[in-house]
Write a protein that binds this ligand. Structure first.
Ligand SMILES: N[C@@H](CCC(=O)N[C@@H](CS)C(=O)NCC(=O)O)C(=O)O
Length: 240
């Protein structure tokens, strides 16, 4: 029986949904995107799927499951569709390590980088102490990853897993959090740099950018340039 496409709700260009697209692409699971505007995230119909009003959420017509929270979603996709265990392991020890790194991504990297971007880009006041806290936390998290990649190409065992993929979207935005040029973001973390670059070179990342970005935008640089133009145009129109 053929697999019906999984519906992925996202709001470009938020990075969390890209984690789900990466896993869907790596496992070659058919999917379709429902793209909503950021201002509609806390409104119906989306909150009927996810009362937390955050993207992504998925609807799987093959099983009837509605699911939100990226960690739960990618674990589900692997459990349900990754029969050959391409992105995980069958052994308890290795599977637990995959889960450990995934939890670290969800509770560490995601929130700290997210708050860093918030205080740096979106918050109405510039609060140096808050900005500094998240810059330092982001560096600390990269340090943990650098350590975790000692003598290893992947976080767990000898192959890429869902744990490695989960870190890609936010690491791609590390320069925004650290407020540095994109080419310098991994300067103190050579193993993280090599690991990240090997993953963004995969076709799955290209697809995540193609499907998870606003139309006519294919990468973060283009998106930031577009936002900047928009901001400047608005400022000019408002005479500031
Ligand atoms: N822990 C959630 C985080 C999801 C999340 O924060 N998504 C962002 C977009 S990348 C969002 O929906 N933000 C909307 C908001 O903060 O109101 C997950 O892993 O799914």
């Amino acid at each position: 029986m053929s697999t019906k496409p999984i519906r992925v709700w996202l709001a470009p260009p938020g990075p969390n949904p890209w984690k789900v697209i990466l896993v869907l692409e790596e496992l070659q699971i058919p999917y379709e995107i429902v793209s909503i505007k950021f201002e509609d995230i806390k409104a119906k119909p989306f909150i009927d799927l996810n009362p937390n009003g955050r993207v992504p959420a998925i609807e799987d017509p093959n099983t009837g499951l509605v699911l939100w929270e990226t960690g739960a979603v990618i674990l589900y996709l692997v459990e349900q569709y990754d029969v050959v265990k391409k992105l995980t392991y069958g052994t308890v020890q290795e599977k637990s390590h995959v889960q450990q790194w995934l939890m670290f991504q969800i509770s560490g990297q995601g929130p700290y980088y997210g708050q860093g971007s918030w205080f740096h880009v979106l918050h109405s006041e510039k609060l140096p102490s808050a900005i500094n806290r998240y810059v330092e936390e982001a560096k600390r998290i990269c340090g943990v990853l650098e350590q975790g990649l000692t003598d290893k190409r992947w976080l767990v065992g000898d192959k890429i897993t869902l744990a490695d993929l989960a870190f890609v979207p936010w690491n791609d935005r590390l320069d925004v959090v650290l407020m540095c040029p994109a080419e310098c973001k991994f300067n103190d973390f050579p193993r993280v740099k090599a690991w990240h670059e090997s993953m963004v070179a995969r076709p799955s990342w290209e697809k995540a950018m193609e499907n998870g970005m606003p139309k006519q935008v294919s990468n973060m640089e283009e998106y930031l340039a577009k936002i900047k133009v928009k901001k400047n145009t608005r400022a000019e129109a408002e005479g500031s």
